[in-house]
Each structure stands twice: as structure tokens, then as C-alpha cells.
Ligand binder design. Structure first.
Ligand code: GDP
Ligand code: ZN
Length: 303
């Protein structure tokens, strides 16, 4: 019998598929599927399966991905690892304190989600730990919808739940910001391990645990991909970075050179604006961090 299904997890060669009949099957990839430089199968993929028995299904086709979160394979630069696909939104969770609010992480993900055309939802947790909202956070409030929450007191979790229900969200955020606590509070039955051991050491190499989907209800999915934290900027034109920093982009038209990257070029309107406070130093630093990641990537790849 043939039907469609969705990939819920992948470990090595084993995948778990939730099929249209609401049952879970162990998915076996047909070797005849076309190979590209991208992962053949990713969590979130819609697949056509052929049910073999109660537990097993053959994956006969992988439908085109609506979108994807991917990164270069650290062990093979020619390959692209797809960590998750078919996502409605990225839940970008950070915290005010423990760990400190980290603009570098947020900017990278904002840029990433804009580039992939996936809506980001900015959530800042542990509001109970602060008295005043720091400047570094206020900058984001000017440009984006930001939701302050506290998993501890429950503040605004109802608002967050509204945004999650009925959609597929990718969970992103550094370790310790409270991702598991938030999900457990929102969906008490789900039991995301708070003290999860994400990282195993295999022959001295860090191996992050696997991408998994949590099914909160039939239409509400959360994709948790620990590897997402390591996402690096890649394969992007350095000149494009500023598109995602509107205040930098606006001023770049006044730079002497049309291809100014605002690093150390002469008569750079952006650097002047940073010096006189028109552009926030924090945003400029984030811009530089991302730009340097891309420049390094290009240098190492030799393109
Ligand atoms: P994860 O690594 O992002 O999944 O973070 P966890 O959910 O494991 O949370 C890390 C730590 O932060 C735990 O000790 C939580 O109890 C704590 N924590 C989570 N949310 C809050 C909050 O809103 N306020 C405070 N004060 N602590 C929190
Ligand atoms: Zn410039």
C-alpha cells in the first residue's frame, strides 16, 4: 500500500516516518532515489512510502522541500547537510541572563531566516531575572516583534503558544536559554528532557545528537535540531550581508565605493555613522562578525 508520510527522525540509516494512517514506520530508503550533493532525507521531509509490514515502509520518493535549514557537511565540503525542511517559522529563543543575551547568535539567525524566507519569532526568556531591559535588546524591539517571556513565572507563555499552535516551528537557541523548559511548560505531556546530554564524545570529536520532531498535537510540530547552533554563514555574496541590516544598507549608498563592505575602505559612510552614533555599535559588530564568517568561508574554500 502506498501513502504519504513525514520524516520525524533520522539516526544513521534509520528513519522514523509518521504516515497518513497516523502510524509510525521505520523508513527504508530505496537505493534508486536520485543522489545530489544535498542530504537525500531530512527531518520534515514529506515522503511517499510503500508499507511493507506493521513496522516497516520503503521510501520511494522524497517530495521537493518547501524550504530547508542546511549547512556544509564538516567532513565533506562538497556536501550539504539538510537538518530540517518544510518549516513555517523559526522560534529564536534567547535569554536575558544565564546565558547573557547574545546579539551575535540572533543576528545570524535573523539573517538566515530572512534569506530562506522563513518567519523568525524572537523570544527572550528569563524575564524574571531582569529589572530593566538592556539597550542591546531594545534595538531589536525597534525593528522586530519581540516576545518577552518567563518559563519560570509563566509570563506571556499563552501568547507564545498562540504563535506555535497549528504550525511547524524550528527551535533555535543556545544551550541553557530555556528551550526545553518552555516547551515542557507549554505542552506538559511532551516531556522534553531538561537535562539532556546533547553531546557525545566519539574519538575526541563532538557529535551532536539528532534532529527530532516533537508532535505537540496533530498540526503542531516543533523541530529540535541541536546541530542548528553550529550553523555558520556560508555561500553568500559578502555584499549581500548588509541587505539584512537595513540601517547599514540605507547608508551604504553614500559610501565612496559601490562595493564597499564597510571594513576599512576610505570615505565609508557606514563607519562614519557608527562613529557618530547614528548606527549602533552592537549592530555594526554583528554585521562584521557575520561578514567575517562569510569571508573566511570563501577564503578556506578557495572560491
Ligand atoms: P535549554 O538548553 O535551552 O533547553 O535550557 P533548559 O530548558 O534546560 O534551561 C536551562 C536552565 O534555565 C534550567 O536550569 C532552567 O530551570 C532555567 N530556566 C529556564 N527558564 C527560566 C526562566 O524563565 N527563568 C529562570 N530564572 N530560569 C529559567
Ligand atoms: Zn562603506
Amino acid at each position: 500500500m502506498e501513502m504519504q508520510g513525514k520524516v520525524y527522525s533520522i539516526r544513521g540509516n534509520t528513519s522514523i516516518i509518521k504516515a497518513e494512517d497516523d502510524k509510525f514506520y521505520k523508513g527504508i530508503l530505496k537505493s534508486s532515489l536520485p543522489r545530489t550533493n544535498e542530504s537525500i532525507l531530512a527531518v520534515g521531509d514529506i515522503v511517499e512510502i510503500y508499507i511493507v509490514d506493521e513496522e516497516t515502509a520503503h521510501i520511494v520518493n522524497v517530495l521537493p522541500r518547501k524550504n530547508k535549514i542546511a549547512r556544509p557537511d564538516p567532513h565533506d565540503k562538497e556536501k550539504i547537510l539538510v537538518m530540517a525542511s518544510n518549516i513555517d517559522q523559526i522560534l529564536l529563543i534567547s535569554s536575558f541572563k544565564n546565558p547573557d543575551f547574545n546579539p551575535g547568535f540572533i543576528d545570524r539567525f535573523l539573517l538566515y531566516s530572512f534569506r530562506e524566507d522563513i518567519e523568525p519569532i524572537l523570544v527572550i526568556n528569563k524575564y524574571d531575572l531582569v529589572d530593566v531591559v538592556p539597550e542591546s535588546v531594545k534595538i531589536y524591539q525597534q525593528e522586530f516583534d519581540v516576545l518577552f517571556v518567563s518559563a519560570e513565572t509563566g509570563m506571556n507563555l499563552d501568547l507564545l503558544k498562540e504563535k506555535i499552535i497549528g504550525r511547524t516551528s524550528l527551535l533555535a537557541g543556545a544551550s541553557g536559554v530555556g528551550k526545553s523548559t518552555i516547551i515542557n511548560k507549554l505542552f506538559p505531556g511532551i516531556n522534553v528532557k531538561v537535562d539532556k546530554k546533547n553531546v557525545k564524545i566519539v574519538k575526541g570529536r563532538h557529535v551532536t545528537s539528532y534532529t527530532t520532531i516533537y508532535e505537540l498535537d496533530k498540526n503542531t510540530l516543533i523541530i529540535d535540531s541541536p546541530g542548528i547552533r553550529k550553523i555558520k554563514m556560508d555561500m553568500m555574496d559578502p555584499l549581500e550581508v548588509q541587505w539584512y541590516f537595513p540601517e547599514i544598507d540605507r547608508l551604504s549608498h553614500y559610501c565612496k565605493f559601490s562595493n564597499c563592505l564597510h571594513l576599512s575602505e576610505p570615505e565609508c559612510a557606514v563607519r562614519t555613522a557608527v562613529k557618530n552614533g547614528e548606527i549602533s555599535q552592537l549592530r555594526y559588530s554583528s554585521y562584521l562578525r557575520i561578514l567575517n564568517e562569510i569571508l573566511n568561508y570563501i577564503k578556506n574554500k578557495g572560491v
